[in-house]
Design a binder for this molecule. Sequence first.
Ligand code: FAD
Length: 389
Amino acid sequence: MTPREILIIGGGPAGAVCAERAARAGLGVTLLDDHLAWEKPCGGGLTHKALRAYPFLLDGPQRKKIVRQIELKAGDDPPAKIALDSPLVIYSRETLNGLLLDRAERAGCRIRLARAVSFDVSSARPMICLADGTQLQADFVVLAAGARNRLLPAASKPAPAPLAPADFEQTAGYYVPAESDILKIKFLPEFRGYLWSFPRADHLSVGICGKLDESSTATLRRHLDAYMDEEGLSREGARFYSHLLPSPRAQTLRSRPILGANWALAGDAAAMVDSITGEGIFYAMRSGELLGESLAAGHPETYPRRLRAEFGSELERAAGLAPRFYRERFLGAAITVRTIDFARRSPTFRRLLAGLFTGSQDYRTLPLRLWAQLPISLAEMAWSTLAGR
Ligand SMILES: Cc1cc2nc3c(=O)[nH]c(=O)nc-3n(C[C@H](O)[C@H](O)[C@H](O)COP(=O)(O)OP(=O)(O)OC[C@H]3O[C@@H](n4cnc5c(N)ncnc54)[C@H](O)[C@@H]3O)c2cc1C
């Protein structure tokens, strides 16, 4: 049966874009969110890849920060400065979520402030129970309730298991009343994760992420406080946040079902996040869009295949590379340290890194390009050392 009535749980980027696409195609769409447009803990950074796919994110009138310079640090070494040909854009999440929900509503989606507490898919038409006791039924349910989501279609075959601690990063951060034009990232020795300072229109989102099964919240707070002191950022008047960020292992992406007979997962609920960079907004929007299009075409079963063809394999590659990026060594130093070292002294390597940040460099061709460029990068490093002397 072609689903005509769609219920979407979660109005973040995944749910809102799915709702917009399905409603625009004439399906009956209701979206539930327990916050609606809110300041979801996040950096709010959108790569050029996201801006190419959704130009309204760059062209629209909403407040945002356009960033053209990145500073990368590892330990106490001096930073590498990378100029970007294509800008990154940083939104407050309240603004971004509001913008995407408005688009969904204008396309004809009904939007309700409500919390879903249970999700039963045992009958042909799945049933959702809300916190106020109301029950809702639809032909198809989209679960786009983010990383903390505990609702899963348990009775379904196949049934997705909850994500394991090894598939998450813990994050902590502050919204700091300060301004900057530079996006900063810092890697710490022997630590799988990074610190960031993302400039927004009228404040900074400063934070840290680390693997949930490897770093305690106290350790994250200690590193974060030390970083803020180092950057001269006061915690006075700064609002604290913490949240989970999916950081899926390759086997999780390969084997966890994201579609059943009358339900599908999108965005963070489906663990669609780059395990190296933590980029999730673009993948949430695009997975929502692919699902919305598959529903509109009357063929939801095509969604996993389309998602895999477009970026599922790329996310699997990122998941495979992430532990190596943080743990392995190259030319006698940690890869994170060598990356910054090369970026500081080799223009060729800087261009490659800029491509990774803007989304024009994929992980598939990365190893080959790194090896092909290695002699040039080494020569540039040697030249920079000699010139420095
Ligand atoms: C600290 C941090 C920094 C990040 N920085 C970046 C970044 O700079 N760039 C980037 O691309 N990605 C970043 N990410 C990842 C990004 O935030 C997520 O990938 C993205 O928000 C996923 O979108 P989503 O729609 O799947 O889920 P969410 O944005 O989490 O939206 C889920 C929605 O569902 C609602 N909800 C949950 N449960 C229920 C329920 N039971 N009933 C009703 N509603 C419910 C929630 O209120 C929420 O609005 C960051 C993540 C974290 C934690």
